[in-house]
Design a protein around this ligand. Structure first.
Ligand code: ACK
Length: 932
């Protein structure tokens, strides 16, 4: 290769390298560049400009002539390698001419310049050498340009991408991260790819102008005055919203004009607003200790829709100077905040409505209520009293607030003592407390009410081991307050209140034994002074209103009417005799025949009736007595009381028309169907009678002649109480107690002894009816005469359980036959008990095998009954103790000592002995001890 200077086509001298050894074979001529630094490039491009002679155009040239040359490269860190072996070079390509000279005419200077570009990957060393190998061509190398490619610096989506060298391979893409332009922030990482040919590809992500700036030809420019941009994502600068302005470039928010505000939650695009003006037209309506406040919305809402209200409550009084005054207009009222017990409905603050009910205020008290109007900018504006309106008022008298706590002490089987606190807000002088209670099981179907002046009361007559629910309410001149929340207390199995904790145990022992002795000695005293228990009704007449259902009528004694006909026409309907059709005589009543027949009242269906008539030749008194039954019956309306259809008084004979009971009287009916009913059927009948009697007792009617013979039965086995004649008869006849007119076997001892006829004496009779029913119409006390019956009762003897009688039923009978009438159950309790039995028939399964007429030793029977352990009669008999003597001889253990002692005392006071015994040993142990 020779360096030759030539002129280019514009006559500018240029240097070339030339070789042209076309005539000689085996040419291998190398021309090498200096070291070329790579400068970070990975692929370099070599652009070669050359001229080449066409072999054919050379005269005398043989086959040795070539028309190509080879391009080589060699990577190296050495910038001054003086000798590089041929083999160190790597061939890039064989380069041929696109256009070759056909001739060289120096005179014409026609040159055909070839330009060829080759690229090569150079990645391993700092630089490289290029070499041109001639293998026998005629070439002039005019220029060699070596270069690499970059993707040029650019801005795309507000991100700047730097000048980037392309990758090593022709297909490689160089990933480049852009950086956000000034006053912008990344929206999503800005990225692009630099392709091998220096083109940017696939822009991803980008940046957004900061708040206060907007994009303008790839840069971010500040918003001008009067404009703002709040968020980088906002598309551009916006004009300031109403009542606001910006005074500097680049505002992110506009400032409110003076007197206008923006709430923290308001968006910058929202106009600046103002607090509301005061609520308008505040009115108050006082209702006892509640106040309804109502007002109209403010006249100016300040350009907002989030108006809310809050209430300030102040108790105001006159005369003191210690308290702050509420807003103007409160005059000389000096006020304190109301306190937390006042209730605001729906609330006190954050109100969206314009009506609030304020309750639980004090009675007769001055209050000031201030209603404030607020909106989102009230706080920012520091708005005060200007947005409020107030009213001053005085509450009225009111019923007391509920009692909040009830406590029970001295709990026994049948009683407990209740105590409670005065209501938090008595709202006046408390005149009385009312205690309402009921068995939890019964809910409020049946409840009792007691009234007291004190904050405590002894509740008696409860059932053992039963949960009761108690409510207490107070009454002032303003009326009753609400009942307290329910408080539940359970009776227990102890006959006496438990001795408190912390009692010395020796003392306890002494006390127990002492109690036993004391009990025996002072049994008689106890009879009078003992605590009320189980079904106690002491004070019943004064304090307790049985079943105080509003609207329960009280029975009116027809004999309080001077004119008996007035009573009869008040309570009974006159029936036209022509509508009665008598069919047959069914029996003989006290005043004459009883017939059955039909009654057809106009507009009603024909019904069967019973017709009692007053026989001819009656006296005035007889007429009066006869009709009195109808006057009584006519006041009742209950499914278990015989219904009066009406009377015939305008013609003779006088008649009383009642519903017809197909099966006649209960005693005869049961005797006719001896043993034919299930226990549940019998209990069902008893339940009906108890329900009727409860109704009568609720009406304060005392029957005085309750007996199976006075119960009538219809075709559905429904039992109804009838015969309301006796009450009068007894009243009239001062000697009645000592005459045969008193049904001795059915009558309670106190009624026999001193004519104390009460609902409790009806309960005694009910016990006898129970016995009659379960024994299918057996005569009570069989063939004992009345005097013996009275004596046996006095000695504590009671009817034994009839054959197959469930133990619970006999126990209920025995409860009805408590000597102390206060200890007998009420009809309501009897009804509850029977309902329980019907619900749980399993409890009726337990009965003793006895015979209709049990021949047990009289003394043994009396004794066992006297201590309430009659149910062990058969157990003892089975164990060979067939007489009391045999039992008394058995002195092995303390049981016998007890039995002896108790026998001695049994005739005086039975329950107490039994109770003390049970307390000492535990009732459950007794049968075991006894049988062993
Ligand atoms: O047991 P008895 O058939 O039922 O005999 C007496 C008789 O009249 C004398 O009282 C019967 N008796 C009374 N009232 C009625 C009535 N409402 N329905 C059916 N029988 C009645 C009673």
């Amino acid at each position: 290769w020779e360096e030759v200077s030539i002129m280019d086509e514009k006559n500018v001298p240029i240097r070339t390298y030339q070789v042209c050894n076309v005539l000689e074979p085996n040419q291998n001529n190398w021309l090498r560049t200096d070291w070329i630094p790579r400068s970070g490039a990975q692929r370099v491009y070599v652009e070669v400009k050359f001229t080449l002679r066409d072999c054919n155009s050379l005269p005398g040239v043989t086959g040795t002539c070539k028309e190509t040359f080879n391009l080589y490269y060699h990577e190296s860190n050495e910038d001054r390698e003086s000798y590089i072996k041929e083999s160190s070079f790597i061939k890039v390509d064989t380069v041929a001419a696109d256009e070759s000279f056909t001739q060289v005419d120096v005179g014409d200077r026609i040159m055909k310049l070839n330009t060829e570009v080759r690229d090569v990957k150079v990645t391993t060393r700092k630089g490289f050498y290029l070499a041109f190998q001639d293998v026998g061509a005629c070439i002039a190398l005019v220029s060699v340009r070596v270069f690499y490619k970059t993707c040029p610096l650019t801005i795309r989506n507000l991100a700047t991408f730097p000048d980037t060298v392309t990758g090593a391979d022709t297909s490689s893409l160089v990933e480049v991260r852009g950086s956000c332009v000034n006053q912008s922030e990344e929206r999503e990482e800005p990225k692009m790819y630099c392709g091998a040919d220096g083109e940017w590809l696939v822009p991803i992500g980008g940046c957004l102008c900061n708040p206060g700036y907007q994009e303008k030809s790839g840069t971010c420019k500040a918003c001008s005055v009067g404009f703002y941009k709040a968020k980088s994502s906002d598309p551009g600068c916006s004009k300031c919203p109403p009542h606001s302005h910006s005074v500097r470039d680049g505002a992110t928010v506009c400032d409110c004009h003076s007197g206008f505000f923006r709430a923290d939650s308001d968006p910058p695009s929202m106009a600046c607003t103002q607090p509301p003006s005061a609520p308008q037209q505040l009115i108050s309506v006082v209702n006892e200790t509640s106040v309804v406040l109502e007002w109209a919305p403010p006249r100016r809402l300040g350009g907002r829709s989030d108006t809310s209200y809050s209430l300030e409550c102040l108790i105001c009084q006159t005369g003191s100077h210690n308290y702050p005054r509420p807003g103007s207009g409160s005059g000389s009222h000096l006020c304190l905040p109301c306190g937390s017990d006042v209730l605001f409905s729906p609330g006190q603050t954050g109100l969206k409505t314009t009506r609030v009910v304020v309750s639980e205020l004090r009675a007769h008290t001055h209050y000031t209520f201030i209603v404030h109007a607020h909106n989102g900018v009230s706080q920012a504006s520091g708005a005060g009293a200007a947005q409020s309106v107030s009213v001053t008022l005085t509450t009225n008298q009111a019923a007391p607030s509920p009692v909040s706590f009830i406590q029970a002490t001295d709990v026994t089987r049948h009683s407990l003592s209740l105590a409670w606190q005065q209501p938090d807000r008595p709202n006046g002088v408390i005149l009385e407390y009312e205690v309402k209670f009921y068995e939890k099981d019964q809910r409020e179907r049946s409840y009792r009410i007691m009234r007291t002046f004190s904050r405590s009361v002894d509740v008696t007559g409860l059932n053992p081991l039963t949960v009761y629910v108690f409510h207490v309410r107070a009454r002032t001149a303003a009326g009753y307050g609400e009942f307290s929340a329910p408080f539940e207390f359970s009776t227990n199995s102890d006959p006496f209140p438990l001795i408190g904790e912390g009692v010395n145990s020796a003392f306890l022992l002494l006390s127990i034994s002492g109690v036993g002795i004391l009990l025996l000695i002072s049994a008689a005293v106890f009879i009078i002074s003992r605590r009320r228990s189980k079904y106690s009704k002491t004070k019943q007449d004064s304090e307790e209103e049985k079943h105080l259902n509003p609207g329960v009528k009280i029975y009116v004694d027809p004999f309080t009417y001077e004119d008996p006909d007035q009573a009869i026409h008040e309570f009974a309907k006159e029936i036209d005799v022509s509508s009665i059709h008598i069919e047959r005589v069914i029996g003989m009543g006290e005043f004459g025949e009883v017939c059955s027949g039909r009654l057809r009242v106009q507009g009603k269906r024909e019904i069967y009736v019973a017709i009692k008539s007053l026989k001819a030749g009656y006296s005035d008194k007889q007429r009066r007595d006869f009709l009195s039954e109808a006057s009584i019956m006519g006041q009742f309306d209950h499914p278990n009381i015989i219904r009066l259809e009406g009377v015939v008084t305008r013609c003779k004979p006088l008649m009383i028309i009642t519903e017809y009971m197909e099966n006649g009287s209960l005693d005869a009916f049961l005797r006719k169907h001896d043993g034919q009913f299930t226990v549940i059927q019998l209990v069902g009948m008893l339940r009906g009678i108890a329900s009727g009697m409860k109704y009568l007792s609720d009406m304060s009617y005392v029957h005085r002649d309750l007996a199976a013979r006075n119960i009538l039965v219809n075709s559905n086995l429904v039992c109804k109480v009838s015969d309301f004649g006796l009450s009068r008869v007894l009243e009239d006849d001062p000697e009645a107690a000592y005459t045969t007119r008193i049904p001795i076997r059915w009558t309670a001892p106190e009624a026999i002894a001193y004519r104390k006829f009460t609902t409790a004496s009806d309960v005694w009779s009910y016990g006898i009816v129970m016995w009659e029913v379960v024994s299918y119409g057996e005569r009570p006390y069989w063939d004992m005469n009345n005097q013996d019956v009275i004596k046996a009762m006095e000695e504590g003897y009671r009817l034994p359980a009839p054959m197959d009688c469930p133990v619970v039923l006999h126990q209920l009978m025995l409860d009805c036959w408590e000597r102390e009438r206060a200890e007998r159950p009420t009809f309501s309790q009897i009804l509850n008990m029977l309902d329980k039995l019907i619900r749980n028939p399993g409890t009726l399964r337990h009965h003793r095998q006895t015979h209709r007429k049990t021949y047990i030793p009289w003394s043994m029977c009396v004794w066992l009954q006297s201590i309430g352990l009659e149910r062990y009669r058969d157990t003892l008999a089975a164990a060979g103790y067939t007489s009391l003597d045999s039992l008394l001889l058995h002195k092995q253990d303390h049981i016998c000592a007890f039995t002896q002692q108790s026998y001695i005392n049994s005739l005086t006071y039975n329950r107490r002995i039994r109770a003390s015994f049970i307390q000492g040993t535990g009732e459950n142990n007794f049968p075991k001890i006894l049988t062993s």
